[in-house]
Design a protein around this ligand. Structure first.
Ligand code: SME
Length: 166
């Protein structure tokens, strides 16, 4: 699918960057409610448009085991399964809150799928009172993610969930 120039090349940063990301996601999911298609395109959008990421994607709760299992993503092959409470992803899942980790080496129990990762942002996905999984973004730069990224991406996940049959 044709995509416009990189948002970062337009000079947009912070909230303006995230507003543009919302517009692009709206275009990608227009007319499509299949969650797998929309999550896959969202992972590709984030990996393509957010500078300095080495991994962008979803871990989804497996019914039965309750484990997080890797879902649509872009980047290097990753750990397939993460138990609740383990790593940044498993911790965000059980605590039901976003975790912005400026230095993954300082996070006890961090799971290094890619040794290049230095900072990480994990956002739980909640719909109808249950947690479906998490969005996981990794960067090779320390302190890559800002409070504005957290705010913008939490909104983007609301938009993605509202646009998809989950
Ligand atoms: N670092 C994550 C594991 C997932 S990968 O980085 C893609 C964690 O500690 O949960």
């Amino acid at each position: 699918m044709y995509q416009a120039a990189k948002i970062a090349d337009t000079g947009l940063t912070g909230a303006a960057f995230h507003a543009e990301l919302e517009l692009q996601l709206a275009g990608l999911v227009a007319g499509e409610r299949n969650w797998l298609a929309n999550f896959a395109n969202c992972a590709a959008l984030l990996f393509d448009q957010m500078p300095d990421l080495n991994w962008a994607g979803f871990y989804l709760v497996e019914p039965g085991s309750g484990d997080l299992v890797v879902g649509p993503f872009q980047g290097k092959p990753a750990c397939a399964r993460i138990a609740p409470g383990r790593g940044v992803c498993g911790t965000a899942l059980v605590e039901r809150r976003t975790l912005l980790v400026p230095d993954v080496h300082a996070f006890p129990g961090h799971i290094a799928c890619d040794a290049a990762s230095r900072s990480e942002l994990v956002i739980p996905l909640e719909a109808g009172g249950r947690v479906l999984g998490v969005l996981d973004l990794d960067s090779p730069l320390p302190a890559r993610f800002t409070a504005e990224d957290q705010d913008g991406l939490e909104r983007l996940m609301q938009q993605l969930l509202a646009a998809s049959d989950v």
